[in-house]
Write a protein that binds this ligand. Structure first.
Ligand code: BES
Ligand code: MN
Ligand code: ZN
Length: 497
């Protein structure tokens, strides 16, 4: 997709289609009014007739208007008058792009009213346009044998902006295009079934990234190397599976980067049956998404490399299956983590924290400025926050606040959860340094408390994405979250240093 900026009169823009806004009371937005005057008020007459109700996100295509260079005008419902909310703006942009992709339009200009610069900076506006474009054009990578629908014709998006904003909007568009690419990679990986997307497969994908991006160095550890690292908790989870495990180290180094690296850690359970503490059959297929954290790390490393961010970023992925088997771990088994702490595995379905604790320990060797792990870790976070907010836990309040703020400004929202000592105390075991579970109450917090025992001395945050990384139901599939939040976080770090 090609992105451009148009700073001149809208009626002079020679293009397949120009999208303008109409409020839900039928009033044309300023850009729509300008076009309306050029075409002898055909647009306002059309709206008055009432065929187009101009509800938020509704669209209406008009062709062959005299006096306007563009071949088509797309009317888009943008909601109520007054200060336009970011959410409504996103909805109207998506609606415009979505409508265009259902036609033969190859080039689309967006002249929709925008939220104030305070709510959405020029750069973030450009980023969001490209991000939403990518999301609109994304097609689920299904394995259906029937013919695929024709690819959309849309290949050029022109954003109407002031000359003053042009440069920042354009910069944002490049960020958004890279973000969309990374999110699409995440979604494709997460959508793949467990029999295709194995730990070995993830390792190959990571190695392919290093072939396309000069800044990336990739190392893939196999079973022998994982044993050498003494990752006893990770090894305990993988021992019940025929599929070999993989531990991925993806490094992006930039010559201008100052300071310690940001380390991203992803949970890569390519299928979670629960192990001997077997899960119930309903919805168990969705446990193929249990590698969403890993997929997000891989996608984000792709974005970081694509943008060649002046920052050192390291992606770590611990990947294996969680299976019941003759060799699988049993409730009551005690294993030793790479850090040396012993863990009594009371529930084999609490496997995510077991692979993550060894990955977090591995992060230490990079002397990181900050470590952020992401994991579809608990059903309890879905009970607590539903599917709208990612749960943020941290041993550093400023870091948690920063992540929540990053999520808020890019509409990839997150909520700061508590993580005080009492929760960690609930993990007491009679036989080992700690147990891997602590009962039902506050389940997402005790899971985070387990991880916190391995992150002492690190500035660390944990994102529980079990509710946000994928959707169930009719639109089942990966959402690409929290890629946008992470990119905002990394961009801030890249400009601050
Ligand atoms: N992968 C699951 C968490 C999960 C559940 C993600 C539902 C998405 C939707 C995780 O490995 C798990 O099974 N967690 C257990 C922990 C429990 C045994 C303490 C859970 O949430 O039930
Ligand atoms: Mn589990
Ligand atoms: Zn799991």
């Amino acid at each position: 997709m090609q992105f451009e900026i148009w700073t001149k009169a809208l009626a002079e823009l020679s293009i397949d289609c120009v999208a303008v806004g109409v409020h839900d009371d039928g009033e044309l937005t300023p850009d729509a009014k300008t076009l309306d005057l050029r075409c002898r008020e055909k647009l306002s007459r059309l709206v008055k007739r009432g065929d187009f109700t101009a509800k938020l996100g509704e669209t209406w295509l008009v062709t062959d208007l005299e006096g306007i260079e563009a071949e088509r005008v797309l009317l888009v419902g943008v909601g109520a008058k007054g200060e336009l909310a970011r959410k409504a703006w996103r909805r109207s942009v998506s609606a415009a792009i979505g409508a265009a992709t259902r036609t033969r339009v190859t080039s689309l200009a967006l002249a929709l009213p925008r939220p104030t610069v305070k709510l959405l900076s020029d750069e973030r506006l450009g980023r969001a346009v490209a991000e939403l474009t990518g999301a609109s054009l994304y097609r689920v990578n299904d394995l259906k044998s029937t013919k695929k629908p024709r690819a959309t014709a849309l290949s050029r998006i022109v954003v109407a902006a002031s000359a003053k904003a042009a440069q920042a909007v354009m910069k944002g568009c490049s960020q958004g295009a890279a973000l969309a690419g990374g999110a699409a990679l995440m979604r494709n990986l997460a959508n793949l079934p467990g029999n295709v997307c194995t730990p070995t497969y993830l390792g190959k994908v990571a190695q392919d990234l290093a072939k396309t991006h000069k800044s990336l160095k990739v190392k893939v550890l196999g079973l022998a190397e994982i044993k050498r690292e003494k990752m006893g908790c990770f090894l305990a989870v993988t021992q019940g599976s025929e599929e070999p495990p993989r531990f991925l180290v993806i490094e992006h180094r930039h010559p201008k980067a100052k300071g310690a690296p940001v380390v991203l850690v992803g949970k890569g359970i390519t299928f979670d049956t629960g192990g001997i503490s077997l899960k119930d059959p309903p919805l168990m297929d969705e446990m193929k998404f249990d590698m969403s954290g890993a997929a997000c790390v891989i996608g984000t490393m792709n974005t970081v490399a694509e943008l060649n961010l002046p920052l050192n970023v390291i992606g770590l992925v611990a990947s294996c299956e969680n299976m019941p088997d003759g060799r699988a771990i049993k409730p009551g088994d005690i294993v030793t983590s790479a850090l040396g702490l012993t863990v009594e595995i009371l529930n084999t379905d609490a496997e995510g924290r077991l692979i993550l604790c060894d990955a977090l320990n591995y992060a230490r060797r990079f002397k990181p400025a900050v470590v952020i792990d992401m994991a579809t870790l608990t059903g309890a976070i879905v009970v607590a926050l539903g599917t709208h907010h990612t749960g943020v836990f941290a041993n550093d309040d400023a870091l948690a606040r920063e992540l929540v703020d990053c999520g808020a400004v890019v509409d990839d929202r997150a909520w700061h959860m508590p993580l005080t000592e009492e929760y960690g105390e609930q993990l007491k075991s009679n036989f080992a340094d700690m147990a891997n579970v602590a009962g039902r109450d506050g389940g997402s917090i005790t899971a985070a408390a387990f991880l916190s025992k391995f992150t002492q001395g690190l500035t660390w945050a944990h994102l529980d994405i079990a509710g946000t990384a994928y959707q169930g139901g009719a639109a089942k599939g990966s959402t690409g979250r929290p890629s946008a939040m992470l990119l905002e976080f990394l961009l801030r770090r890249a400009t601050a240093h």
